[in-house]
Design a protein around this ligand. Structure first.
Ligand SMILES: Nc1ncnc2c1ncn2[C@@H]1O[C@H](COP(=O)(O)OP(=O)(O)O)[C@@H](O)[C@H]1O
Ligand SMILES: [Mg+2]
Length: 257
């Protein structure tokens, strides 16, 4: 579905490449998480898949086709993108924000209106109540829902999501994670999601790619990564959620005694 071969990105004037000769294959229907600390190259990797950033070397294929062979605009319309920090247009209503891609595709206005309401319902928001609101009249979680609806508007089969739940309180994050997982499965999407949250990666991912200094240290299912971390760095990453789980487990037992 998505294949990165020897992808390197070197920004002008920097000593180290931001992304260094990575190889990655994302299967159809898979939810792949790029996990790593700030600055390790996650956003750069994601943005190369929809050509918001051009690689210095290497190739990327989507559905077997080299993404450099067509137009970047057509490519971006076929791939949903949820930006780090959502990035809704503040002067546009919820409905107008969601309708950006359908409008660019010249859908008839009746079809756009129906699609906006359908998407609001999909992300569990009352369409009549919210479609004419401005983004600053929404909570953080609601804005994130609109970011998701906007990315899904033109019926992409691929979703790229950059820390989509990063800025949310834990309860809202938990709800939105579950809702997105359902949408990912129901719509049979292929998703690449960026996060620096180990627990989120373990709970959502079919496979996790751990990135460190522009390289992929390990690519494995959550189960395999927990059982057999490839090196000391990955082992330490996996230790945090394990300690938390152990602490919770201990608390539950104390209560029972
Ligand atoms: N436009 C840019 N110009 C120069 N360096 C950049 C640019 N964007 C990102 N970088 C650098 O590339 C590295 C990877 O950044 P990024 O992909 O944003 O990491 P992440 O999303 O994992 O936090 C960082 O060292 C960052 O400072
Ligand atoms: Mg980033």
């Amino acid at each position: 579905m998505i294949r990165l071969q020897n992808i390197t990105k070197r920004y002008d004037g920097t000593a180290e490449p931001a992304v260094n000769a990575i190889n990655l294959h994302v299967a159809q229907g898979e939810l792949l998480v790029l996990l790593g600390e700030s600055g390790c190259g996650k956003t750069t990797t994601l943005k190369m898949i929809n050509r918001l950033i051009e690689p210095t070397a290497g190739s990327i294929h989507v559905d077997g086709k080299d993404i450099m062979s067509g137009s970047p605009v057509a490519l971006r319309r076929s791939i949903g993108y949820v930006f780090q920090g959502v990035g809704l247009f503040p002067h546009m209503t919820v409905g107008e924000n969601i309708a950006i891609a359908p409008r660019l595709l010249n859908w008839p206005s009746e079809k756009i209106r129906a699609r906006v309401d359908e998407l609001l319902t999909l992300v569990n928001m009352d369409a009549a109540e919210h479609r004419d609101r401005l983004p600053d009249q929404l909570s953080g979680g609601q804005r994130q829902r609109i970011g998701l609806a906007r990315a899904l508007a033109a019926q992409p089969r691929i979703m790229l999501m950059d820390e989509p739940f990063g800025a949310l309180d834990p309860l809202t994050r938990d709800t939105l994670q579950r809702e997105f997982l359902k949408i990912h499965r129901d719509l049979e999407l292929t998703t690449v999601m960026v996060t620096h949250d180990m627990t989120e990666a373990l709970l959502l991912a079919d496979r996790i790619a751990v990135m460190h200094r522009g390289a992929i240290l390990q690519l494995a299912t959550p189960r395999d990564m927990l059982a057999e971390p490839a090196d000391e760095y990955v082992r330490q990453l996996m230790a945090t959620p394990r300690h938390q789980a152990d602490a919770l487990e201990a608390l539950t037992h104390e209560e029972r005694d």
